[in-house]
Design a protein around this ligand. Structure first.
Ligand code: PLP
Length: 371
């Protein structure tokens, strides 16, 4: 390959847990020329991104923006700002990403109360209530909305209601939830919510949408100790996202990525967020019917199953690695393997971003039928 030659990759149908294929117009938007991070045109783009994120998160909070980094940086941003050494937090854990939230809380010096459920089951509301009753001095609670490791939907609305009643702030992982299933930041009283750009948002990886409530923001302002990370200090970040007229330098934002997410967010707004949630339900129901006809069963019960992340148990005698290798090698389709104890036992099939349509499912089914 000569030095000037463009990088070429194969177009893969991304039906794993993420990334997903991006919405139309995203890649094209990303090939526009770079703008400097304080260019007046770029500041307008940031303003529109913010407005669209508020629409997507269903919030009017001004503390809503993109942290330049993956979903994991969004997670770190919430924990690093909201936890001061010794703060008590209830961490809800029923999968790999709930455990990662717990790990964050531990590293920032929280006193932790764990509420657990088995992989494949949702967090029980009564366990959350009992934890608050046993620990009335709890200041925070963390929970994953869409647990990507298992395909389970946690009842974030119900959990948040309990946390609010006990005066705790609620941190929510919406990495696999945003854009795919209902998430009502203001209505449900969520205080710090983070996501990613490469799944339901329909863009490429590398940007973490986050939103903080006024109560969360006040907790940060009233900390006894400075936020241990300068880059992620939400009070500093907040100024960077103030109205274009006042904006100071914070960091060199990756302008092309912002063009991409703006194109994706405009697409979402044009479809309508409620329609998008509905599309996920309908396409997933079609997928479920077709897979069950073919002898595949779900790992998770229907009542708390995610439409956007389907965990399918491998049929008796089906070879996991051989199946995935053939799908990728012969049909350019990616699906996700099982994690942890579920490795070799199930596939994680994501239906997000540009892939939420029956034609994509049909393409997948045709390939499955030839395995
Ligand atoms: C629920 C959940 N939380 C956090 C993450 C981490 O996101 P990222 O890989 O963008 O850092 C993921 C990644 O898939 C996830 O599914």
């Amino acid at each position: 390959m000569s030095q000037n030659q463009a990088v070429k990759t194969t177009e893969v149908l991304l039906l794993g847990p993420g990334p997903s294929n991006s919405f139309p117009g995203v890649l094209q938007a990303m090939s526009e020329p770079a703008l400097s991070h304080l260019d007046s045109d770029f500041l307008k783009i940031m303003d529109e991104v913010k407005e669209n994120l508020q629409y997507l998160f269903r919030t009017i909070s001004p503390h809503t923006y993109i942290v330049s980094g993956p979903g994991s940086l969004g997670m770190e941003t919430c924990f690093v700002n909201l936890i001061e050494h010794g703060d008590k937090i209830i961490t809800c854990q029923n999968g790999f990403f709930g455990d990662r939230m717990h790990e964050n809380a531990k590293r920032y010096g929280a006193e932790i109360v764990q509420v657990k459920a088995d992989w494949g089951k949702p967090i029980a509301l009564k366990d959350v209530e009992e934890a608050f009753v046993a620990h009335p001095d709890t200041k925070l609670l963390s929970v994953v909305s869409a647990e990507t490791s298992t395909g389970v939907k946690n009842d974030v609305e119900g959990i948040a209601k309990i946390a609010k009643r006990h005066g705790a702030l609620v941190i929510v992982d919406a990495v696999t939830a945003l854009g795919a299933i209902p998430l009502e930041v203001d209505k449900w009283g969520l205080d710090a919510v983070y996501s990613c750009s490469q799944k339901g948002v329909g863009c490429v990886a590398g940007m973490a949408p986050v939103t903080f409530s006024e109560s969360a923001f006040e907790k940060v302002i009233n900390r006894n100790t400075p936020v241990p990370s300068w880059f992620q200090d939400v009070t500093v970040y907040d100024k960077y996202w103030e109205t274009a007229a006042k904006r100071p330098y914070h960091h060199t934002a990756p302008s092309q990525q912002y063009y991409g997410i703006l194109a994706a967010l405009r697409h979402i707004k044009s479809v309508g967020i409620e329609n998008l949630w509905q599309q996920h339900e309908e396409v997933s129901a079609y997928f479920a019917d077709e897979m069950e006809k073919r002898g595949w069963n779900f790992f998770v019960e229907k009542t708390y199953r995610l439409p956007q992340l389907n965990t399918m148990l491998l049929p008796e005698g089906f070879d996991d690695v051989q199946g995935r290798t053939k799908l990728r090698g012969e049909y350019q389709i990616e699906v996700g393997a099982g994690l942890g104890a579920m490795a070799g036992k199930l596939w994680r099939i994501g239906i997000m971003g540009a892939n939420v349509n029956k034609a994509t499912i049909d393409k997948f089914l045709q390939a499955i039928d030839k395995l």
